[in-house]
Design a protein around this ligand. Structure first.
Ligand code: EPU
Length: 420
């Protein structure tokens, strides 16, 4: 089993180039199921969730060919419906996009119940509600979701009861080739929803309003191949922004869209860090002490839940009481026990964590990556703490961060992978 070993306490400085966004990449790759033609997808992050998405496409009969480490050619013309392998689907949450894409192309879909990080209950009722509104009959039997239509998807209005990224994208996928017009109301507004819509529009879809809470999709009969580059990963960028502040360092984080990072920048500035935005970079540094703050996570454009563990780690280093309020997931604080092993004082009451911070609080320890972002938080904690840290279960981190070790070594981190 591989572990990450860190000798912490060094300020990091230099430039980190951000990779393509995981959550846009997985949606756009699986949206290829709907395209009868050849697409070239660029700026793909080299991470295991992307590789699993490509394996799903290959197993379903698509031709998949890597051009470089970060670009791939996909031809889904000969995809076989309802053939996504259970073992691959169960390893990744985003495999639920096979449902929307297959419904659009074939009018039917069967997919095993998807896996992913464990944040408590992760229902898909809003996906199902949307598919049913578009004329599908959906059942869940033997851990498989089965959706069928008679003669294809029919456009209609869908009002989402919960703001859901996955359901918004999935309903949008299902509606792209529908007969008539679909309107998704109370839609999520995340940048990866806009990126997926932009990709589909480049293929010939007619989607407007992505990035607002009302998305309109006018069905088209076919989609054609394109060359498309994925947007930068705002959560990878945010993770390194926090790291600059936590290590007293100075990091230029480049290949980003600063607008996507505004909620993170604002909270870092409130804590006492300096954030300088340029066209496609942000530079984060910190010279003085950190101040305690309160953060509540929200759907975009609010502070992202996928930055909760990293920000909470920074709060451990701010003298005084901070609060992290989780506004999206039921059970996002499982990582707190790991931070406590490193000396953190954190009390969790349901969805609120109260952090009693101190600049000297964290010390190196043996910890686990409980999930993807919790793992990133352990890297931040290890690099910010005095002493030696070893992180187990690093496969979680490798699901979403391209070459995190190489990127960090380049800015002066004492970090490596050890095989035990
Ligand atoms: N929800 C429902 N019913 C549904 C769907 C969602 O009640 O049918 C609830 C969830 O329980 C949750 C909230 O709605 O309380 C938001 O869930 P959402 O559907 O937005 O999450 P998701 O699409 O499954 C994506 C990201 C997650 C990220 C969330 C929230 C992907 C592949 N995953 O998940 O990313 O935490 O949005 O922003 O896009 C990560 O990258 O580490 C990660 C976990």
């Amino acid at each position: 089993m591989d572990k990450i070993a860190i000798n912490g306490g060094k300020p990091l400085s230099g430039e980190i180039v951000i990779s393509g966004m995981k959550n846009a990449a997985v949606a756009i790759l699986l949206a290829n199921i709907m395209v009868e033609g050849e697409c070239i997808i660029e700026n793909l992050p080299d991470i295991s969730d992307v590789n699993r998405s490509l394996e799903i496409l290959s197993a379903m009969g698509a031709k998949v060919e890597h051009i470089t480490k970060n670009s791939v050619k996909i031809d889904s013309t000969n995809i076989v419906p309802c053939s996504a392998p259970d073992d691959l689907v169960k390893k990744m949450r985003a495999s639920y996009y096979v449902l929307g894409a297959e419904l659009a192309r074939f009018g039917r879909s069967t997919v095993a119940c998807p896996g992913g990080c464990d944040f408590g209950v992760r229902p898909i009722d809003q996906h199902i509600k949307g598919f049913e509104a578009l004329g599908a009959t959906v059942s869940v039997t033997n851990n498989h979701i089965v959706a069928v239509t008679t003669g294809g998807v029919i456009g209609d209005s869908v009002f989402m009861d919960v703001v859901s990224v996955g359901a918004t994208i999935n309903i949008m996928l299902a509606a792209v080739k529908a007969k008539g017009v679909t309107v998704i109301e109370n839609a999520a507004r995340e940048p990866h929803i806009v990126d997926t819509a932009n990709f589909l529009n480049a293929c010939g879809a007619k989607i407007s309003g992505a990035g607002t809470d009302v998305i309109k999709i006018t069905g088209v009969p076919t989609l054609h191949g394109v060359t498309y580059a994925i947007i930068p990963d705002m959560i990878e960028a945010g993770t390194f922004m926090v790291l600059a502040a936590s290590t007293h360092g100075k990091l230029k984080i480049s290949n980003v869209i600063p607008k996507h990072l505004e909620s993170i920048s604002a909270k870092l500035v409130e804590m006492g860090a300096d954030v300088v935005e340029e066209d496609d970079s942000v530079t984060v540094s910190r010279s003085g002490e950190l101040s305690p703050i309160t953060v509540k996570t929200h759907p975009y454009p609010g502070f992202p839940t996928d930055m909760n563990p990293q920000m909470c780690t920074l709060m451990c280093l701010a003298g005084g009481k901070s609060r992290m309020i989780e506004g999206v997931w039921d059970n996002r604080f499982r990582y707190v026990e790991e931070l406590k092993r490193m000396g953190a004082s954190i009390e969790v009451d349901d969805k609120v964590a109260t952090i009693d911070g101190d600049p000297q609080k964290l010390v190196g320890a043996n910890v686990r990556a409980i999930d993807l972002r919790a793992g990133a938080a352990m890297v931040i904690a290890g690099l910010s703490a005095k002493g030696h840290t070893e992180i187990e279960d690093i496969f979680h981190i490798q699901r979403g961060y391209e070459d995190i070790i190489g990127k960090l070594q380049k800015v002066g981190a004492d970090i490596q992978i050890i095989t035990v």
